[in-house]
Design a protein around this ligand. Sequence first.
Ligand code: ADP
Ligand code: LRH
Length: 489
Amino acid sequence: MTITHVAAVDLGASSGRVLLARHDSERATLEIEEVHRFPNGFLRRDGHDCWDTEDLVAQIEQGLDAIIARGITPASLGVDTWGVDYVLLDQEGRLLGQAVSYRDHRTDGVMDQVLAAVGREELYARTGIQFMQFNTIFQLAALKKENPDWLPRVKTLLLMPDYLHYRLGGGLSCEYTNASTTQLLSLKARDWDRPLLRKLGVPEQWFLPLSQPGRTVGEWTAKSGERVKVVLPATHDTASAVVAVPLEDEHSVFISSGTWSLMGLESGQACNDPLALAANVTNEGGVDGSYRVLKNIMGLWLVQRLRDAFPALSFAELAAQAEAAPPLRFLINPNDDRFLNPPSMYEQIRAFCLETGQGAPEGPGEAARCIFESLAFLYRQTLLELGAITTRRFKRIHIVGGGSQNRFLNQLCADFCALPVIAGPVEASALGNITAQLRAHGALADLAAIRSLIRHGFASETVLPHPDVSDSVERHWNRFQDLCRAVPV
Ligand code: ADP
Ligand code: LRH
């Protein structure tokens, strides 16, 4: 019997979790257990929305120490987090400034200034990354404006998971899949685009050589003295999630559903032609030379923030109230920047509906229904765009992540896209993280072995489109598209 234990730390923008995995290579089974879960969010510091890095490190170590306290020393651990965010280290390896969140308003308006200097077409041709105002490239431009005096003091830029690995005792490293979200990599060379860095006036020496998943970058020491190797997973949570989607073939689309809905496909080829640019499709770096051709859709962030107005309601209760509300009365464009970080999500949704002549949703059920139906329409729109760009024909949609527990949204997605939805696994990012480590230990051979293990070992639920809703969906589809035309999605 060959048993391998590994620990995965998966940090999303809304929560973090530490999982313990037990792989039995003889029985070809993988069991996972959530050992510690903690909320994540930002704090206001020096006038910015920032991540609480000290708390994140403390929570991670609490989870890892709990594993050790059970008498299990995992063969390795690895951290994945949301993309684009970074910290700066000074010459002594100390944090310079804060880990400012990508939702902070410091990047408002900055993208246009950068594009005036670099050119939209050129930047897209070089990087293949979609334009989102919070990409690292724009965060760095905002930083240069606000803190020009820091520039000579910076030694290294570390992306969030690389920083957490460093704090856990790993050395300095920069993992490729997450680096691709910065919009500073050459799409073709899969390395830092140094001419671009020079053009932007960002010092090249801040950026470490890229590492692929599977590399050992150091060792973490538990309170009780046990040592655990730090092994890189695909450190971008979406990259890890996609590793764990049991994709069958090129007719499968995924939605990694959490704070964001990342909807796309896996491809050996990047799509950065003018059609892809017009649709603002991204080409993030995946494992084994693949690309994640996808779009960021505002996702369940909208519901997370709606809950601020209705804190007594759980996500499941909000979904139930939405289901009971009248259908297709209120629609928004979820990707409108006004929803990125408003003071009140409920009021922002109501304002959008009022301004577009729809009246305003009243109460949690109507507002949540508005969110879910609008998301499902955006899934449909994205599906059409992905089909046009790749000429693929899609037969099914896999939904993974915490949001795959929302059966109402799964059904809306199936109905509005007129395709079967396969929901699960819920902990896709953690599973991708775990299996990348197991692969590094030789316990799993390749991506096909990983997906086969997940397909057979983790439950999924298939949701079929209702045949009788298509007429009403078609009637409101034009209305949704009109709403989105004002702000491209
Ligand atoms: P992230 O990793 O981005 O923090 P998760 O993958 O943990 O996000 O997903 C969080 C989302 O999952 C929540 O915003 C919520 O909408 C959804 N969710 C979690 N639990 C449930 C549930 N029981 N029913 C419906 N939705 C849920
Ligand atoms: C999802 C995610 C997404 C990024 C966003 C910042 O957690 O990593 O892929 O674009 O966060």
